[in-house]
Design a protein around this ligand. Structure first.
Ligand code: KIV
Ligand code: ZN
Length: 512
C-alpha cells in the first residue's frame, strides 16, 4: 500500500496572520466545516493564547469538528500550552503545536536566549504538552536557517520527550527545492530517533517556491505531512497552497506514489469561501482555483480539447469542484431547491431560522437579478453569518445622488448596537460620499489602505463584491460586502470592516 501524506491546513492560523485576513469566530467555524468536508487531516484552528477571540475560535472548532484533528499553536511556555490544551478539551483528536526559534539570528536578536536555554525550553515544553495531550507537534522556528548540528540536538531531544510530529519551517521563504529536500533528508538520517516522529514541511512563499520546496521535502526528504493554506493565504507572499499540493500529488501519483484523505471536489468551494471571507481575491491565472485555470482561449487548444480532453488538460475541472453549468437558481426556485444547492456547495446552516433568513435574502436578490450563480449564494450566506454575529454596526438603507458636474451626495441609515442612526455627506464620488456619511456618525479615525471591487460572476448584471481594508492603531482588518449595487456593497464592506476593528482584540504575534 502507498504511504499516506497528511494534509495539515493552517489557513485559520498562519493564513489568518496575513494583515487584514483576521476572521471572526463564526467565519472560522464555517471555514473549518468546509475543511472537514475536504477531509483535511489536521486543522490548525488558531493560537489559543494569543487572544480571547482566538481561544474561543479554537474551542468552538474543537467542539464542532469531529473528523479532523484540531490543533492549536502555542509558544514554548507553560501558560500558552495550558491555554491550548484548555481550548482543545472538546476535540475528538486534539494536537498541541509548540514552537521556539532555533536559528542563530532569531535566538540572539529576537529571543535573546543562548542555544542551551532554547534547548532546555524546547524539551521542557514538549514534556509539559505531552502530559496534557498525546499528539504534540514541535517546530523549530526559522528551522531552515538554523545550524544543522544544533537543530539535530534539539529535534532528537524533543522526540525523546515525546513529540509525535516534527515540523521544519522555512519561516522566511529562503529555501530552494533541492536544498530544502536535502535538509529534511539529512535531519532524518542524522537524528537517531527520527523514525519515532512524523516529519512535516512548512514553507513560506517569499521566492514563489513554497509548493516546490514542500514537494521536495516530501519526495527527497521523506516528509509525510505538508502544512499549507487555502489559496496560499498567509503573511507576505503567503504559505504553501493546499490546492496546488493536493493536485500535484494526485495528478502525479506516478511520481509521488502517495495517498491522501482529501476529497478534491470541495476545493473550489473552499477557495471561494476563504477569498470571500477575507477579501483576498484569487488571481485569475492561479493554478487550480483561478478563474482561468481551466479556460482554454487559444483556438488550437480549444480544438484539441474538443477532440480529446487530455491533449491540453491534465486535471478535470469538475474534479476540483468547478461545475460545468454555472447558472444555478432564479426567481422561481423554491426553498427546497435553495436548500439542496446549499448542500451541494457544502454550506451548512446551523438552524431552520438561519436557513429561512438566507432564503428570504435569496428571494430579495432574485427579484433584482435574474440568474443566481453559486458565487452569489456563497456571498449571500457569508453575509448572513456575519449579520448573525450580533455586530456593532449593520446596514439598513442608502440613498445617493450623483450627476455629471455636481458633487455627489449620500445619506445612509444603519444601526449601532440595534439603534437606527442616519448619516449624510458629500464626497468626490458616490462611494466616497457614502463612506463619509458613515464616518460622520462613527468617527472611527481609521485609514483606508485598500478599496477594491470585483464582479462576483463576471457580468454587469452580477453582484459587486467590495473589499475595504482599514487600519487603525496598528491594527489592519478587511471588510467584504456584496450587492448588485456597488455603492451599497461598499457601504456594507465598510461597516463590516468597522465591526472587525471593534471586535479584534490585541494579539500576541506568533512570530514576534
Ligand atoms: O513559519 C513559521 O515558522 C511558523 C511556525 C510558528 C510554525 O508558522
Ligand atoms: Zn509559518
Amino acid at each position: 500500500m502507498a504511504d499516506k501524506l497528511i494534509i495539515f491546513d493552517t489557513t485559520l492560523r498562519d493564513g489568518e496572520q496575513s494583515p487584514g485576513a483576521s476572521m471572526t469566530r463564526d467565519e472560522k467555524l464555517r471555514i473549518a466545516r468546509q475543511l472537514e468536508r475536504l477531509r483535511v487531516d489536521v486543522i490548525e484552528a488558531g493560537f489559543a493564547a494569543s487572544s480571547n477571540g482566538d481561544f474561543e475560535a479554537v474551542q468552538a472548532i474543537a467542539n464542532a469538528i469531529k473528523d479532523s484533528t484540531i490543533c492549536s499553536l502555542s509558544r514554548a511556555n507553560d501558560r500558552d500550552i495550558s491555554r491550548a490544551a484548555e481550548a482543545l478539551k472538546g476535540a475528538n483528536n486534539g494536537r498541541i503545536h509548540t514552537f521556539i526559534a532555533t536559528s542563530p539570528l532569531h535566538m540572539e536578536k529576537k529571543l535573546r536566549m543562548t542555544p542551551d536555554q532554547v534547548l532546555e525550553q524546547a524539551k521542557q515544553s514538549v514534556r509539559f504538552a505531552r502530559n496534557l495531550v498525546a499528539d504534540v507537534e514541535f517546530s523549530p522556528e526559522d528551522g531552515y536557517r538554523s545550524d544543522m548540528d544544533f537543530l539535530c540536538q534539539v529535534l532528537e531531544a524533543v522526540i525523546a520527550e515525546g513529540a509525535t510530529t516534527i515540523n521544519v519551517p522555512d519561516t522566511v521563504g529562503y529555501a530552494v527545492p533541492e536544498l530544502y529536500g536535502q535538509f529534511i533528508k539529512t535531519l532524518r538520517e542524522r537524528i537517531p530517533n527520527s523514525d519515532k516522529a512524523i516529519w512535516s514541511v512548512h514553507c513560506h512563499n517569499d521566492l514563489g517556491m513554497a509548493v516546490a520546496n514542500s514537494l521536495a521535502g516530501v519526495k527527497l526528504g521523506g516528509a509525510r505531512q505538508v502544512e499549507c493554506t487555502i489559496n496560499g493565504l498567509g503573511e507576505r507572499a503567503g504559505n504553501c497552497s493546499l490546492e496546488e499540493i493536493v493536485m500535484a500529488v494526485k495528478t502525479r501519483k506516478d511520481y509521488f506514489g502517495l495517498e491522501m484523505n482529501i476529497d478534491p471536489i470541495h476545493i473550489v468551494a473552499a477557495s471561494r469561501m476563504v477569498s470571500q471571507t477575507t477579501g483576498f481575491v484569487v488571481q485569475p491565472n492561479k493554478a487550480v482555483v483561478g478563474a482561468n485555470a481551466f479556460a482554454h482561449a487559444s483556438g488550437i487548444h480549444q480544438d484539441g480539447v474538443l477532440k480529446a480532453r487530455d491533449t491540453y488538460e491534465i486535471m478535470r475541472a469538475e474534479d476540483v469542484g468547478w461545475s460545468a453549468n454555472k447558472i444555478v437558481l432564479g426567481k422561481l426556485s423554491g426553498r427546497n431547491a435553495f436548500k439542496q444547492r446549499l448542500q451541494e456547495l457544502g454550506v451548512v446552516l446551523e438552524s431552520e431560522s438561519e436557513l429561512n433568513a438566507a432564503f428570504t435574502r435569496f428571494k430579495e436578490l432574485a427579484d433584482r437579478k435574474s440568474e443566481i450563480f453559486d458565487e452569489d449564494i456563497l456571498a449571500l450566506v457569508s453575509e448572513e453569518s456575519v449579520t448573525q454575529d450580533k455586530e456593532q454596526y449593520a446596514f439598513v438603507s442608502l440613498a445617493q445622488h450623483s450627476e455629471t458636474g455636481e458633487r455627489p451626495q449620500a445619506s445612509i441609515v444603519f444601526t449601532v448596537e440595534g439603534k437606527e442612526v442616519h448619516g449624510k455627506s458629500d464626497g468626490n464620488g458616490p462611494v466616497d460620499a457614502s463612506l463619509k456619511a458613515i464616518e460622520s456618525i462613527v468617527e472611527s479615525g481609521a485609514e483606508m489602505v485598500l478599496y477594491s471591487v470585483n464582479a462576483i460572476s463576471g457580468s454587469t448584471e452580477s453582484q459587486g463584491e467590495v473589499t475595504v481594508r482599514l487600519q487603525n492603531s496598528g491594527r489592519v482588518v478587511n471588510g467584504v460586502g456584496a450587492d448588485p449595487d456597488i455603492i451599497v456593497a461598499s457601504a456594507k464592506a465598510y461597516l463590516s470592516a468597522l465591526n472587525k476593528l471593534q471586535s479584534k482584540a490585541d494579539r500576541v504575534a506568533a512570530q514576534g
